[in-house]
Design a protein around this ligand. Structure first.
Ligand code: TRP
Ligand code: SF4
Length: 343
């Protein structure tokens, strides 16, 4: 008798996440999200998309900003090591299926769930231009993004945890109303789990959260000379005025970079040297400059390859969009049937 075929490997749990294309990516994006995505693609069935509709909810007056960032961001993703053979990469606005699910979910979602989101209230108070229907619907659109792929896991930062929670509530309510007698394992829209990414240790050059608009960021693809210049200009312990003044790393924004980039020995060297005034701040910064440049080298190389053949990025997105569409269509069909929309 021939041997029985080996059992199929269990299906990989599905992961979905999106990023808003609001600027070129910096080291904070890499260490706060992208690094984790690259890791997950080896073990999970990953879907990663450019959330351009979500960017429009807040930047609807500024179309050019989004336009120029969409493919730049995909290049950054690929440069960081996302592999289109392993992960499905696509653009939200190429998937009208998300919008249809959003509309259908809107029927059963109480508006109070959206009005009470902390992200909504605070931001509208600060900026009246955000008092739009689209921005109110932001979390529900995100729910549609997630549920249409029946994602099990959603890697996000702390700031997005409430959106995943509301997604679970939306799914639960939908299943209760339209799910018939299906048991847990056959839920139409399974409830996803947030995979909270440890908030990146990386602060900006000034010690505050790294962001492009704050002007305190190092872009993933900054040239080596730019990186060197930015780090050399970084403020240090304000109490270390002269080279001969001892300092304290606890007061210095450079230290956060050592914590992320340096090994124990380098950190010990920097700490002792700082506290004893044995080293100068430029000495202390050099290993950080070297480490960032080392980290960026493969990104820059891959980005150059990709940019040498720009059609390739478009192809990658085409392929990802088709793969995503096959899954999205299937869910949408089930939802239409459940809601009685098949005539
Ligand atoms: N709102 C997310 C952010 O600002 C981006 C996003 C849109 C998203 N849709 C998503 C993240 C679905 C995870 C899953 O970061
Ligand atoms: Fe900061 Fe290093 Fe200077 Fe100390 S020696 S103040 S840790 S840059």
């Amino acid at each position: 008798m021939p041997d029985a075929p080996p059992p199929l490997p269990p299906p990989r749990p599905r992961v979905l996440s999106g990023m808003r294309p609001t600027g070129t990516l910096h080291l904070g994006h890499y260490h706060g999200a992208l690094k984790n995505w690259v890791r997950l693609q080896a073990t999970h069935d990953c879907f990663f998309f450019v959330a351009d509709w979500h960017a429009l909810t807040t930047h609807y007056q500024d179309r050019s900003a989004i336009e120029s960032n969409v493919y730049d961001m995909v290049v950054d993703w690929l440069a960081a090591g996302l592999d289109p053979e392993q992960a499905t990469i696509f653009i939200q606005s190429r998937m009208p299926e998300h919008a249809e699910l959003f509309t259908l979910l809107a029927m059963s979602t109480p508006s109070s769930w959206l009005e009470r989101m902390p992200s909504y209230k605070d931001q509208v108070e600060k900026n009246r231009e955000l008092a739009t229907f689209g921005f109110l619907g932001y979390p529900l659109l995100q729910a549609a993004d997630i549920l249409i792929y029946k994602a099990a896991l959603v890697p996000v930062g702390e700031d997005q945890a409430a959106h995943v929670e509301v997604t679970r509530e939306v799914a639960r309510r939908f299943n209760r109303i339209y799910g018939g007698k299906t048991d847990d394992s056959a839920r139409i829209l399974p409830e996803p789990q947030a995979l909270l990414t440890e908030t990146s240790k990386l602060q900006g050059l000034d010690g505050f959260k790294m962001s492009k608009s704050a002007g305190n960021a190092i872009a993933m693809r900054d040239e080596p000379a730019v990186v060197e210049d930015k780090i050399r200009r970084m403020p240090t312990d304000p109490q270390r005025v002269r080279r001969s003044d001892p300092g304290d790393p606890a007061r210095c924004p450079v230290w956060a970079f050592h914590e992320l980039y340096s090994d124990d020995a380098t950190r010990a060297w920097a700490e002792t040297g700082c506290k004893s005034a044995g080293i100068g701040c430029l000495d202390c910064k050099q290993p950080v400059i070297d480490a960032i440049q080392r980290e960026q080298a493969p990104w820059r190389e891959r980005a150059a390859e990709i940019l040498a053949n720009p059609k390739q990025v478009h192809w990658i997105v085409e392929l990802g969009t088709e793969r995503a569409r096959a899954v999205a269509r299937k869910t949408l069909k089930e939802v239409r049937v459940a809601m009685g929309l098949v005539y």
